[in-house]
Design a binder for this molecule. Structure first.
Ligand code: ADP
Ligand code: MG
Length: 264
């Protein structure tokens, strides 16, 4: 039997907490599953939930369906992991622990997604952020961002921090694309990729996180631009991404119907 090619690894971070990382992770997992991929999702550190309570991975499973999920450590207080660990006296994660878990999963999954905690510089341990496993694993990083005013600054800061850390920001994901974009949101759709040099790979429709699982799974594959396939380990999507700058005007009706086709 020939050796299996190790699965692709993608890190999902965001400009902050609550921007839609978990929903984006579920949407990417659902899209990959629809293509027949075996998908695993790792949440290295989950905070703000008690033992036995549903965390982010429960939400991913609800939306995306049958996938492997691994949570490495959990802290009860809704704080950055390092802060929560310091207060509770619990242990902190190590880089080796995260990379070992991911390498194990890569051996028998086509795709391993890693959801960070909060934004990119949030500490998992005193000297550990999500940047270190991303770099160690050579994994592309998706940055989930808000659509509206303020997002240019937060997104550019995040992308610069990733590059400074030796990571590869490979795509932006707009966490909640509104039915009717306001002026700042409409401008951001063009300015975010232009100013960061990172393409917008998806704009998740506002409300999709509360969708019924069947509807979410049916729609999720259409939210991702075709070049996302390169991150998922496709061999047949090596074409360079289309230019991001020739954007037609925003059509809110079209946006609501099919977010993948909003102006690029
Ligand atoms: N596109 C969306 N539509 C509806 N609800 C969303 C969407 N994105 C996020 N949410 C909701 O917003 C909250 C925060 O999103 P979440 O994905 O958990 O953010 P993060 O993982 O970045 O902290 C959750 O309650 C989630 O269900
Ligand atoms: Mg989350």
């Amino acid at each position: 039997m020939s050796a299996r090619r190790p699965g692709a690894v993608v890190v999902i971070t965001g400009t902050s907490t609550d921007v839609g990382k978990t929903v984006a992770t579920a949407a990417l997992a659902a899209a990959a599953r629809s293509r027949g991929a075996a998908v695993a999702v790792v949440k290295p550190a989950q905070t703000g939930v008690a033992p036995g309570e549903p965390g982010d991975l429960a939400q991913v499973r609800r939306l995306a369906g049958e996938i492997t999920t691994v949570e490495l450590i959990r802290y009860r207080e809704p704080l950055a992991p390092e802060t929560a660990a310091r207060r509770s006296g619990d242990r902190v994660l190590t880089l080796a622990e995260i990379t070992a878990a991911v390498e194990r999963l890569r051996a028998d999954h086509d795709l391993v997604l890693i959801e960070g905690a909060g934004g990119v510089l949030v500490r998992l341990a005193p000297d550990l952020t999500i940047c270190e496993p991303a770099r160690a694993l050579g994994a592309p990083v998706l940055v989930v961002a808000d659509p509206g005013l303020g997002s240019l600054n937060h997104t550019e800061l995040t992308v610069r921090a990733l590059r400074t850390a030796g990571c590869r920001p490979a795509g932006l994901v707009i966490g909640r694309w509104p039915d009717v974009p306001d002026l700042a949101t409409a401008c951001n759709r063009d300015d975010l990729p232009r100013l960061t040099g990172v393409p917008v790979l998806a704009a998740l429709p506002d409300g999709c996180g509360a969708a019924e699982p069947a509807a979410f799974r049916a729609a999720a594959p259409h939210w991702w631009r075709p070049e996302t396939g390169r991150l998922l380990g496709d061999r047949d999507s090596e074409a360079p991404p289309p230019p991001e700058l020739s954007a037609p005007p925003i059509d809110p009706a079209e946006t609501a119907r099919n977010p993948q086709e909003i102006p690029t």
